[in-house]
Design a protein around this ligand. Structure first.
Ligand code: PBG
Length: 324
């Protein structure tokens, strides 16, 4: 059928009609909200580079987590910083580290809220790289052992999911084995599988004070022009034991999300990163676009591309809006 028998505008004629035929939906069920943990007490410090984001100490974070849970968001993703950085990033696996303490506080206050932890060394090392440095190179296998140790310490503190974000080869295997050997059969792994060496992490690096002191992350994070390599990264991570795989960032990589969705049955997460978040906030602050509408459109785009799960700093705001 063609015009005038067929008129596609019929199905757009009212809000109810549009709702009825909408092909994807957004729900807080699929959001993960990132939270920043700082050592100390009584802290809720605004993060200058990121609108509406705060650094919490382990004693104040449970109240924030409860708010997230009450909005129907099933999971938070914790990022930590140490009291003191060193060459190896030892505080990353400290039993009394800020993240480990925060996990315990959150699980005590909201047992049903999933606690996911970012597993990486960059915020904990003096040089700011995601791994161990030997002769100015990142030592892959030595790093994997420390990542496994870190993931295990998170599991021991009560984390439901550990999320390695370093991009070392084989780290999922190391983490998977460490969890299994120590009886953490139900701790899931969400791997940052296709994580690109992106300029869109800019605002985040301010938060974690984790910019590399020399060089960049291009020897471990993916080269932006590559798509097929992302499929290899994802496939390897699934084989090594990843329960959820991730594409990061989201917006410049919607094609990667779609390819991954078409090819794999493992749940796919997409990370709507700090730079993407602040581009939209800054444009809205400058009066250039309407924030809520642009936010919802962005989240729809990520979902439509094929993401089952969206990690976003907009999670709370979007959840509130979706409830209306
Ligand atoms: C740590 C890590 C980073 C992000 C998440 N985990 C920074 C980086 O890789 O440089 C970025 C998150 C964001 O920008 O929102 N490896």
């Amino acid at each position: 059928m063609s015009f005038p028998e067929k008129r596609l505008r019929r199905l757009r004629a009212s809000s109810s009609m549009r709702r009825l035929v909408r092909q994807i939906s957004l729900s807080p069920d699929n959001f993960i909200y990132p939270l920043f943990v700082r050592p100390g007490q009584g802290l809720k410090e605004p993060i200058k580079s990121m609108t509406d984001c705060f650094g919490f100490s382990p004693d104040t974070i449970a109240a924030e987590a409860a708010e997230v849970a009450a909005l129907g968001i099933p999971a938070v993703l914790l990022f930590g910083t140490p009291k003191k950085k060193d060459e190896k990033g030892s505080e990353a696996w400290a039993e009394d580290g800020a993240v480990q303490r925060a996990i315990r506080q959150i699980k005590k206050a909201c047992p049903e809220l999933l606690v996911i932890t970012d597993v990486c060394l960059c915020a904990y090392t003096t040089h700011g790289h995601c791994g161990i440095v030997k002769n100015n190179q990142i030592d892959n296998d030595a790093t994997c052992e420390l990542l496994a140790k870190t993931a295990l310490s998170h599991a021991q503190a009560g984390a439901d999911i550990v999320a390695p974000s370093d991009m070392m080869d084989g780290r999922v295997k190391f983490i998977h084995e460490a969890l299994e050997e120590n009886g953490f059969h139900n701790t899931a792994i969400m791997a940052y599988s296709a994580k690109y060496a992106s300029a869109f992490y800019g605002p985040f690096r301010d938060v974690a004070d984790s910019a590399p002191a020399f060089g960049d992350r291009k020897t471990y994070q993916m080269d932006p022009p590559n798509a097929k390599q992302a499929m290899m990264e994802i496939e390897m991570d699934i084989k090594e034991g990843a329960d959820i795989v991730m594409v990061k960032p989201a917006l410049c990589y919607l094609d990667i999300i779609r390819r991954a969705k078409d090819r794999f049955d493992t749940p796919i997460a997409a990370y709507n990163v700090s730079g993407e978040y602040m581009m939209l906030n800054s444009a809205a602050d400058a009066g250039l676009l309407e924030k809520e509408a642009a936010m919802i459109e962005t989240l729809y785009a990520i979902k439509r591309a094929g993401a089952d799960i969206i990690i976003t700093y907009f999670a709370k705001q979007a959840a509130k809006l979706l409830r209306k």
